[in-house]
Write a protein that binds this ligand. Sequence first.
Ligand code: HEC
Length: 193
Amino acid sequence: MYFNNDRGGYMKQSRNVRNALLVGLSVAGLTLTACGGADAPPKPPPAPPAEYADKHMPAGHWGNADIIAEGKAIYTGQQNIDVNCASCHGKNGKPVKAGARDFRQTEHMTLFSDAQWFWRVSEGVKGTKMKAWKSKLSEDEIWKVIAFEASFGLKGKEYDVAAKKWVDQGTAGKSGAPAGEAPVEEAAGEPKG
Ligand code: HEC
């Protein structure tokens, strides 16, 4: 917990820390109950922090059957019983715990970039049951689990980093903009009025 108002010296420190922990736990409990709506309309997640902004799916992962199979083993807890995404997100992406949203819903899934997913899985979502998995999964494993997760609502799609959108597999980066340059739409600037 980050808060500790103690200015009274060392002796009170540990009791205050314990009280702070208790308060923190009950706040977390309330938040979980309050955020339980699985049918909340999809809204775009925040932009990932700078250190995650340039993380992208390794080349050759999208739609790769071997990668997806490895991702499935992670997602379902077969690889490591402590990592069981399916216990909340459901074997087929249909949520089984309140608050975990439906990975089969294309309109929800397309709101995320690959970097945003990577960030969410690595760091979790504060105030929800989604915890940070980076201590249990390597970067490579996180990408595999994401490749599997995308196969629910985004089957046959891949994230086009230059165009900043989901496109059919095999077509990313082929929309005309040379790799590494801003896509044409973006250079056109903000719409007026
Ligand atoms: C204990 C339940 C639980 C487990 C286990 C769990 N999640 Fe989540 N996850 C959630 C909840 C609840 C949310 C929604 C958080 C929010 O409100 O944004 C979430 C959000 C997400 C998101 C962000 C997308 C979204 O719909 O908000 C991704 C991606 C994700 N989880 C992937 C995973 C992966 C991959 C694993 C396994 C490594 C995993 N989760 C394990 C409960 C869980």
